[in-house]
Ligand binder design. Sequence first.
Ligand SMILES: [Zn+2]
Length: 655
Amino acid sequence: MKTIISKVSMLSYVITLIGFTHLSELNAQIRTTVLPDAGFEERIEKAVNEIRLIDTHEHLSTEESVLQDSIFDFTHLFKVYIRDDLKSAGMSSTIFNMIFNKNFSVTDRWEMFKPFWYATRATGYGRVPLIAANDLYGIRDINDDTYLELSKRINDSMKPGWYKHVLKDKAGIDLSIVDVGHVQFDKNFYVHVERFDDFIHVFSASEIIGLGKTHGVEIESIDDYVLALEKAFQSGLEYKMVGVKSGLAYNRILKYENVSKEKAEEVFSKILSRDGSQPRLDFESVKPLQDYMMHRVLDLAAKHDLPVQLHTGLHAGNGNIITNSKPTHLNNLFHEYPDVEFCIFHSSYPYGGELSVLAKNFPNVFIDMCWTQIISPYYSERYLHEWLETVPANKIMAFGGDYQHVESVYAHSVMARRVVSKVLIEKVANGYITEREAIDIANRILRDNAMEIFKLGGKSRDGADLPALSEPGPMHDLWEMVKMDAGFIKNWMVIGPFDAEAVVHSPTVAPPGFDKEYPPEKEIKFSKSYSGMNGDVAWKEAKTQKSGILDFNAIYYPNNGAIAYAYAEIESPDDRNAMITLGSDDGAKVWINSELVYSKHIWRGAVPDDELIDVQLKKGTNAILIKIENRGGRWEMIVRVVDPEGELIISQPGE
Ligand SMILES: [Zn+2]
């Protein structure tokens, strides 16, 4: 007996210990700043609840179309997502359809429904109808005693103005981004995105020809097919779409290889050569064409500066291949399309850690938590805690209802605000962030970030509206060049490689060759040759890539521990101060008219506008000489002349 008691007390002691550590684990936040003043919880919660939300993702149609339905009852709150849990709990499709068939009485349908409801009501999906019933209809619970009254109140509420009441007044949503296709909307409630998945997810000639017909293109070649896509995209632009959405994670793996046109054309011709009587080609056979078309869609998104929303993670419905929708499958696209802003949906549930890395690593990858808080409030809390520590706060969007009915959107918005409040309060409580930082973060992740990414307030995310950039001056001038993607010197005379004479490679100590005065520093004679690192060297013309990058690796090999020079000329109509910008891999020296204006030994990648160099140009021809060292790996540079008025002429040297 004694041993049992001691065992019981030991057990309860262990349980309390685990409980306590778990609780402290939740709050195991390091302190980095001051602890908050009393009352911070209420102030943060109030601030979060007062934010006018930008709802990043919905499948809402218009109030008119919904009100066309004649009778509404309790099942109205159970139409989406919860049905997946009801089926997961064992409800057959037949019973499901009977429950939603209004030919049967509400009572009979409730009786069939309730055993599955009681099994699923605790899930995140199950919380939604309960919150809606309570907050919108004043019904505390959905059970035997309330379902009839709830049905009556739902039916009574379905009148014009209900959408404004629920979305604007109750949920505090200013705008919802809807994903329901190429349709026009009530701009008071919605803006929209469009999908071009049909052009990607093709298997047969009839699908391709059909798309051509829809967009007025007779498709005989892959170019015709891309033209049809461009036409579809153009009509989306005319409808003022604010982004592109792809939901193909439901149909295939998210890995889209960068396929050559030739390879895609091969598959295209194979598909077109098959008539309807032949069985569909399998996925592996058509994948190259699909991957190619996804790249063409992203080309258009980049060209028109539209963000791209991608379904990742969990699939609605019952039974899919979750590993198909891992966000890391998309890695190559993030590299290939640096100018496209990818909004990764649904917190990539359950791959939140992968998403953390991708959003931290790639400037063009954003976290969109739409759908997540109803999938799992706990997952949402846990990962929002982590993402606020790993990802800049201007890269997270914390609310998207992802519903077809406003009542569920409302309930989801309540859960999303509660998750955001709770996480921020915990971070402030432990002194990880201040109350002011918390409220700033709340505004960003529930409103401002979406405004910027989808350009809903005219505010552009890249800071183009920063006052410092609009006031006249060098910053304004440089920004004008950046916007025009202009001013890069694209034609150079180059000579090399010379030896950097590096005995020991050091990021801080320049190799002797960096300061050695090789012949180009004494004279510019294009006809002359000199002894270099791998034998004699002479001047030759070199063109940069389209981006403006001059790649010495493509000109000189081997080239570890090498030095090269690039020469160009700038014609100026008068004496003036000017700015040139430099990006170099690795360190560099710059002379203007033989005067050294810049010198830095450094190991780095070549990034446009990394160094802003003020120079004096004289009337007439100005010589610019650049010396670039290479430790190893990439060896490149990019030089821009800041000339917003277009008065300077960059001439091909020696012309
Ligand atoms: Zn959705």
